[in-house]
Design a protein. Structure first.
Length: 160
């Protein structure tokens, strides 16, 4: 009976250690979840910037301009620091979104095994557009250029 208890304790200990190697520590999982939230937030902001451009034929001057009481949208902030994400206009249809990430994500990063799907856009006659969200640990920026053919102005869209 004594050996049985030791065997069970050993097996449970090995299982816990193996779990940390396979899944990672709870702290690492928390960092991954924070980064996943950051990517999701940036995807949401990107969609709203594109919608703003389609509606007003210009990029918003700042993220606060995306606030829409009717649709209930307010640009999210970083889940850990509660600070606003960085947004910068780079050109007439080009902008950058930046965030501070806890881990790397991509071919060179430690977090490469954890996929974060990019929100794709598809439209008849066009290939699906998937944005790249690979990033390094620390501050990373994602520059985007709006394709006016793919995202036409709302006033130019024809209804059937």
């Amino acid at each position: 009976m004594k050996y049985f208890i030791y065997a069970v304790i050993t097996i449970v200990g090995i299982a816990v250690i193996a779990g940390f190697f396979i899944v990672g520590s709870p702290g690492l999982q928390r960092l991954r979840r924070l980064d996943e939230t950051r990517i999701s937030d940036l995807q949401s902001i990107q969609s709203e910037v594109i919608f703003y451009w389609q509606s007003k034929e210009k990029l918003p001057a700042k993220l606060e301009d995306l606030t829409d009481q009717v649709r209930g949208y307010k640009a999210p902030s970083d889940p850990e620091t509660n600070l606003s994400y960085e947004y910068e206009i780079k050109g007439e249809k080009t902008f950058a979104l930046c965030a501070n990430f806890s881990l790397s994500l991509g071919p060179e990063g430690n977090n490469a095994a954890i996929p974060i799907p990019a929100r794709g856009y598809s439209k008849p006659g066009f290939a699906e557009v998937n944005w790249n969200w690979e990033h390094t640990e620390g501050r990373s920026c994602f520059e985007r250029t709006i394709d006016a053919d793919y995202f036409p102005l709302i006033k130019d869209q024809k209804t059937p």
